[in-house]
Design a binder for this molecule. Structure first.
Ligand code: ACO
Length: 429
């Protein structure tokens, strides 16, 4: 806390409110007593100026394009870390020592299988169900299968639930894919890495051995790391809000998955690739740029713009490099990548995008990579959910252990009818 205060109020009733200081980033006016002292609420739909909690997990400087997990820059983690290491870092706060990493990796590998009865749960879905619909259902249903890790007041149970969620999510996502194409489910193989195991469960078949391609494994590792956490985004805030009532972790993560599904959030990678395919060739880019700029046209360049980044999204840079690497290794020449690069070049030199500080975000190139690896577009958001689970889990744990945590209960600016008397149906004019 600083000695600084901010004076706020109206009609001569101005009051001083404490200004809080984090380790880095903007100071925050503590308005918790604002209503009590002034009788007014603050109004901030979309939380554009509101810090909803304190957190020590992820820091973003959107103006400079900086993303740090527990202080470590995302590009360093994407280059040097394993996904398990990043999971440990997010959940426990420090990079693990060798023995800690080995123990954590072993623990996660002991939770990769799903309760066998859950496979019958899958069979209740239509074959053409969106994998995110299946993920919402199956992850929510975990609470019905793992009763021994739903007591949120017990730190040990919270940690077991966290391990289970991180470990089972690849199995759940891969099974959603297998179900959609009518292939048998593949059991996990714990001798493989987290990403290698996921690739095998997705693309392997029981009839023959599956060999993990190291370039694809590295690309998936990077994609998982780049999506692991992102501060108080919509789905993370959803997980926190759901968890603030004391709901069990499986239900909370299912809520996060539901929020992530939307095209303005996790669904944007699917939407970005569909858009690039629709554009088809660099020749048609100006037409789409013009549509994006047209106030009367609801079209937006998908994979462009971000609520927080007003600079190049640092994750997009790594994605762009990874896209080139994967396509090169697989010997694929995809016109979609050429269209993406050209669209980026044109948009970044266009006044509209420059003035509004609209840059490519993490989703702009991820679809190109996932498509090259062989994932159908409907799986893209499911992969995002898989990777983000560790962030949700870390943020949920942090919230539950925070002594200042309260049930999330926003207020409103009421604009409806004022009190009036009920009129019987036949007397209504
Ligand atoms: N294409 C064209 N114009 C855009 C775009 C875009 N992709 N994004 C924002 N704008 C314009 C808006 O029309 C608005 O213009 P105005 O001020 O003249 O009205 C201005 O830029 C600000 O946009 P807002 O919608 O107010 O910004 P907000 O912070 O609410 O939205 C969002 C951020 C939702 C990400 C937005 O940029 C968008 O819809 N982008 C496309 C979807 C996308 O890529 N989402 C992925 C986000 S990253 C993630 O979830 C991992």
């Amino acid at each position: 806390m600083t000695d600084k205060t901010a004076t706020l109020g109206a009609d001569g009733n101005n009051q001083a409110f404490p200004v809080l200081e984090g380790t880095v980033g903007p100071e925050v006016v503590d308005i918790r007593k604002f209503y009590g002292q002034t009788g007014m609420f603050t109004y901030d739909p979309g939380f554009t100026s509101t810090a909803s909690c304190q957190s020590a997990i992820t820091y973003i400087d959107g103006e400079k394009g900086i993303l740090l997990h527990r202080g470590y820059p995302i590009d360093q983690l994407a280059e040097h870390s394993s996904f398990m290491e990043v999971c440990y870092l997010l959940v426990h706060g420090e990079l693990p020592k060798r023995a800690e990493l080995d123990r954590f990796t072993y623990t996660i590998s002991r939770h990769t299988m799903l309760h066998e009865q859950l496979s019958t749960f899958y069979r209740g879905f239509r074959r053409d169900a969106h994998p995110m619909a299946i993920m919402c259902g199956v992850v929510g249903a975990l609470s019905a299968f793992y009763h021994d890790s739903t007591d949120i007041t017990d730190p040990e149970q919270r940690m077991i639930a966290s391990h289970r969620l991180i470990a089972k999510m690849p199995t759940i996502a891969a099974m959603a894919y297998k179900y959609s194409i009518g292939q048998p489910f593949m059991y996990p193989d714990n001798s493989l890495s987290y990403t290698g195991n996921f690739l095998r469960m997705t693309f392997g078949v029981p009839a023959q051995p599956y060999e993990v391609n190291p370039v694809i494994e590295r690309a998936m590792r990077r994609i998982f790391i780049l999506h692991a956490d992102h501060e108080q985004n919509a789905s993370t805030s959803t997980v926190r809000l759901a968890g603030s009532s004391g709901a069990n972790p499986f239900a909370c993560i299912a809520a996060g998955i539901a929020c992530l599904w939307g095209p303005a959030h996790g669904g944007a990678n699917e939407a970005a690739l569909n858009m690039l395919r629709e554009i088809g060739t660099p020749v048609r880019i100006p037409e789409y740029i013009a549509r994006a700029k047209d106030k009367d046209d609801p079209f937006r360049l998908m994979g462009f713009g971000h609520r927080v980044y007003k600079n190049y999204d640092p994750r997009a840079k790594v994605m762009q490099e990874t896209a080139a690497e994967v396509l090169d290794d697989l010997g694929i020449s995809d016109p979609v990548l050429d269209t993406a690069r050209e669209l980026e070049r044109i948009a970044l030199s266009d006044d509209y995008f420059v003035e509004k500080k609209l840059y490519p975000n993490v989703d702009f190139y991820s679809g190109v990579i996932l498509n090259a690896i062989g994932f159908p577009t409907e799986m893209f958001t499911a992969l995002f959910a898989l990777a983000r689970t560790v962030g949700w889990v870390a943020q949920w744990n942090e919230m539950i252990s925070d002594p200042e945590q309260k049930i999330g209960r926003p207020r409103q600016l009421y604009v409806g009818a004022t009190q009036r008397d009920y009129v019987p149906v036949d007397q209504r004019g």
